[in-house]
Design a binder for this molecule. Structure first.
Ligand code: SF4
Length: 489
């Protein structure tokens, strides 16, 4: 081996070529799979990120809001770069950059200096503070620190500063999202409830979803119904802003006054029962109007249920345009079912997305076969199993909760499937298994534009069917012999 100066580099450990080959083959065996599944204290390539990343996503989703990381600079760079690479848009956030002295004496000074500078320099309308691991381990008291910051004049007394503890050794990005959203709504709606007032609006709590196309799709559906709405945490313009030569640090997001008034809403609808669970529990106890929680509208049946629920809640019929769209989605499913029917899939991701993938595949007569969530609960396992039990295509499906993508690699190498659905992290196992990976989740670092392509609603059904079936057809074209290379597929 030679470096770029042409000098020979001596490997630290010499491993004979035959040994490399033997191990490469061994990790594809049943024997290795058993050892892999006996692993207890080590996680390899988890299919989730840490809590503060989710907190940062939802902080960006409100008008003029600056996400503020109380903790380490390196962690803050990780959340920003992950969001930046997924959306290919800036993710402007600040950190109070705690270092060794902060770890010993506490991070209050960092927080105060950071708040004062960020307020003066970036002129936000709100700063949403969340923590990395370090201040959580040493037990920094955010409540007291922020109170002291106001007393010292680092920020004005009435400046909104929601804050959330987001310890990463617990939970995942969806829990951080939930904790931060809860604090933002608690802060903005405090004292805003007015007896007898009803905005007449639908509040949508979409939970952690990094697909701006989904947000635009929700808006299109509500507008087709003619229903006024407020999306509580709207990332669509924030992470999908036009390139027009002007840099805007805070493009879009839910208006703060609308979010404040959401407490007087007519209906609050939470889509996805896992990624905003605590927020929704609080909403039920504190918001006026009706409160409804439903799964994400993936596939036909769940989209039907979503639209019929809106129709029922607002006393408006499902618009003809959406009925026609349903018909087109069903037509495509019928045209394309032959390319996907009976195919086996490995699927992984966040709980709400995972439930969506499984519903969609069952509707297409495909088999969700290895179903993996690297941060899940018994409740999720039961819900997935109940879904599998609704269809003959679900009878061979197996659920793996709190397992990682190295486990999934063992599964697809020993008990093969036709394709994988997940995010970019699965590309290594998909390559090893020589099967396609369909990137519908978060994060997607290695393809362009997919965060703009909706996967919810009837439009989402059409996008997923077309993406999957066209890829299977392409594989046939690429791999068939000359005699079978045909015009029609
Ligand atoms: S897990 Fe903890 S240390 Fe690692 S990036 Fe997240 S907050 Fe930082």
């Amino acid at each position: 081996m030679a470096n770029n100066l042409g000098l020979a580099v001596k490997p630290v450990t010499e491993i004979p070529e035959e040994e490399v080959k033997r191990v490469a083959e061994w990790i594809n065996t049943e024997e290795y799979k058993e050892k892999n599944f006996a692993r207890q204290s080590l996680v390899i390539n988890p299919a989730h990120a840490c809590q503060p990343l989710g907190a940062e996503l939802v902080a960006h989703a409100f008008e003029g809001t600056l996400p503020f990381v109380h903790g380490s600079q390196g962690c803050a760079s990780y959340y920003r770069s992950t969001l930046n690479r997924h959306f290919r848009e800036p993710a402007p956030a600040v950190s109070d950059a705690m270092t060794e002295d902060g770890a010993v004496f506490g991070g209050q000074n960092n927080l105060h200096e950071g708040l004062e500078n960020a307020y003066a320099l970036y002129k936000p309308k709100m700063m949403a503070i969340f923590t990395s691991c370090m201040p959580e381990i040493i037990g920094d008291d955010l409540t007291a620190f922020i109170k002291n910051a106001r007393q010292k004049g680092c920020i004005p007394q009435d400046f909104p500063v929601p804050y959330a503890n987001t310890p990463s050794f617990n939970g995942s990005h969806i829990h951080g999202y939930d904790a931060m959203l809860l604090s933002i709504l608690q802060t903005l709606t405090s004292g805003k409830q007015v007896e007898g007032r009803c905005t007449g609006k639908l509040n949508l709590v979409p939970g952690f979803d990094a697909n701006t196309g989904n947000f635009r799709e929700y808006k299109r559906i509500f507008e087709a119904f003619g229903i006024p709405y407020t999306i509580l945490g709207d990332i669509s313009d924030v992470f999908d802003s036009p390139l027009d030569g002007t840099y805007r640090p805070y493009p879009g997001g839910t208006k703060l006054d609308e979010a404040a008034d959401s407490i007087n809403g007519k209906v609050t609808l939470n889509l996805g029962t896992y990624s905003a669970a605590k927020t929704f529990n609080w909403v039920k106890d504190n918001y006026s109007g009706k409160h409804v929680t439903m799964p994400l509208p993936f596939g036909i049946a769940k989209t039907d249920a979503f639209l019929m629920k809106i129709s029922e809640l607002f006393g408006k019929p499902v618009p003809e345009s959406l009925k026609a769209e349903r018909g087109r989605a069903v037509d495509l499913m019928t045209d394309a079912h032959q390319y996907i029917h009976g195919k086996k899939f490995a699927v992984y991701g966040d709980p709400d997305y995972l439930l969506g993938y499984v519903s969609f595949l069952l509707e297409m007569g495909a088999k969700p076969y290895h179903i993996l969530c690297s941060k899940g609960t018994k409740k999720l396992e039961k819900e997935l199993q109940a879904l599998l039990d609704t269809s003959p295509y679900g009878k061979d499906g197996k659920i793996y909760i709190n397992k990682d993508l190295w486990h999934l690699r063992s599964l697809v190498m020993t008990d093969p499937v036709d394709a994988v659905i997940g995010d970019t992290h699965g590309k290594f196992l998909a390559r090893d298994a020589n099967i396609p990976l369909f990137r519908f989740g978060f994060p997607i670092f290695d393809r362009v534009n997919l965060h703009r392509v909706p996967v919810i609603g009837y439009q989402g059904v059409m996008n997923m069917v077309a993406t999957i079936c066209n890829k299977f057809i392409e594989v046939v074209d690429e791999t068939c012999d000359e005699r079978q290379f045909e015009m029609m597929r």
